[in-house]
Design a protein around this ligand. Structure first.
Ligand code: PLP
Length: 396
């Protein structure tokens, strides 16, 4: 349509949602489909949180645009406890999903938007919708697709005083990898040197497979916005609740985002906000739920990684979340003989011929001629998996 906004022209629905629809269509025809495309938590919402939602179902009023005070306090306490920062309730912004907050921050911040690739499917389309340019920073397979501090330095060096916001996401969607402590410290140093705003997307932080998740905010508290929410670790993607935690120096940005929020979504669903307090406060039930979720993901991730590696695919050992990023390039010749020379054709053919739904690396900002793919290992019964662990975890 000629009246379509130019920024929207050429965009189609999020790649993840599209593959999910294609999988559903095939399943409706009676085909067995392995749904490894959509990145949705396989686990149920913890019972204490669901119970809080039931209790608060009658809450019906609009809430303050930044969010419910008690929830903002619980989120601030959560980050102070987990991430070694010093934030208070007033530094928290609640939104209907962190995706919405990501969009608003892109709309509000004036300066370069720097995104390492591969990266989550929605950052770039959000930028296109607003008409923003992205400064892509390709990462390298030999670094397991992590952004190296010298690569960040190189981006900033040419024009050191230019305002920049960079999105870092770890554990990563799509790679399942995360940064080492030393890398986080070094990235934080570079960010401080150039006064970069770090938007740290830690939506999978609680789903680290081993040890603990460390936020870069620990090393660069004054310039890091931490993005989190209920969607992944609490299994509540459809509830739509995301959180941003701001340093004091970025209060102006938070306030501007609240203005946009007040003119768009108004406030986040009231019952969900009350229920979210329980999730962020934590407690023994939540801890057990998280331990069990991590146990399942660790074992499944490791098993798949091992099997795919044994088959000859290039794939990074997962450290968190529920994704792998298998690269089929060792099979380039054999695939080319079948007419498969890019990641989109590869995923289409895999789905058509074997019922395996993966997403193409191209949807994550990688060149389409690469044969990278994203696999979400969530096609299992999360209720049953947790129930079978209720009696205690089996040995390693
Ligand atoms: N960031 C990453 C890396 C994600 O994978 C997702 C969801 O898929 C989101 C953000 C958005 O999460 P939500 O809007 O549900 O908080």
């Amino acid at each position: 349509d000629i009246n379509l906004n130019l920024n929207i022209r050429g965009l189609s629905q999020s790649a993840t949602l599209a593959i999910n629809q294609a999988s559903r269509d095939l399943a409706a025809q009676g085909r067995r489909v392995y749904r490894l495309g959509l990145g949705q938590s396989p686990f149920p919402v913890p019972e204490v949180v669901t119970e809080a939602l039931r209790q608060h179902a009658p809450e019906k009023d609009y809430l303050p645009v930044e969010g419910l005070k008690a929830l903002r306090q619980a989120v601030a306490d959560y980050h102070n406890r987990h991430d070694g920062v010093d934030r208070d309730a007033s530094s928290i912004l609640i939104g209907p999903g962190s995706k919405e907050l990501m969009f608003i921050v892109q709309l509000t911040y004036y300066g370069d938007l720097v995104i390492p690739t591969p990266s989550w499917v929605s950052y770039a389309p959000q930028a296109h919708i607003i008409g923003r340019q992205i400064r892509w920073v390709p990462t390298r397979a030999e670094n397991d697709w992590r952004l190296m501090p010298e690569e960040l330095d190189r981006v900033c060096r040419n024009d050191p005083s230019r305002p920049r916001i960079i999105i870092l996401n770890y554990p990563s969607n799509p790679t399942g990898d995360t940064y080492t402590l030393d890398e986080l410290k070094e990235l934080a140093e570079v960010a401080r040197k150039y006064r970069v705003v770090l938007l740290s997307d830690e939506i999978y932080g609680e789903l680290h497979h081993e040890g603990e998740h460390v936020s870069i905010a620990r090393f660069y508290p004054e310039g890091t916005i931490i993005s989190a929410g209920l969607s992944k670790w609490c299994g509540a993607g459809g509830w739509r609740l995301g959180t941003f935690s701001f340093p004091r120096s970025l209060r102006w940005l938070q306030d501007a985002m609240a203005v946009v929020a007040s003119e768009t979504f108004t406030s986040t669903s009231a019952p969900i906000q009350y229920a979210a307090i329980k999730a962020f406060e934590g407690g023994p039930e939540i801890e057990k739920y998280l331990d069990d979720s991590r146990w399942v993901l660790r074992h499944l991730g490791r098993h798949l990684w091992q099997r795919l590696s044994d088959m000859g695919l290039q794939v990074t050992r997962p450290a968190g979340g529920f994704y792998l990023f298998p690269d089929f390039s060792p099979f380039r010749q054999a695939l080319a003989a079948k007419g498969i020379e890019d990641s989109e054709t590869l995923c289409q053919r895999l789905l058509d011929e074997s019922g395996v739904a993966l997403l193409p690396g191209a949807a994550f900002g990688r060149p389409v001629e690469e044969l990278t793919t994203r696999l979400a290992y969530v096609d299992f019964d999360g209720d049953r998996a947790l129930a079978s662990l209720a009696e205690g975890q089996p040995g390693e």
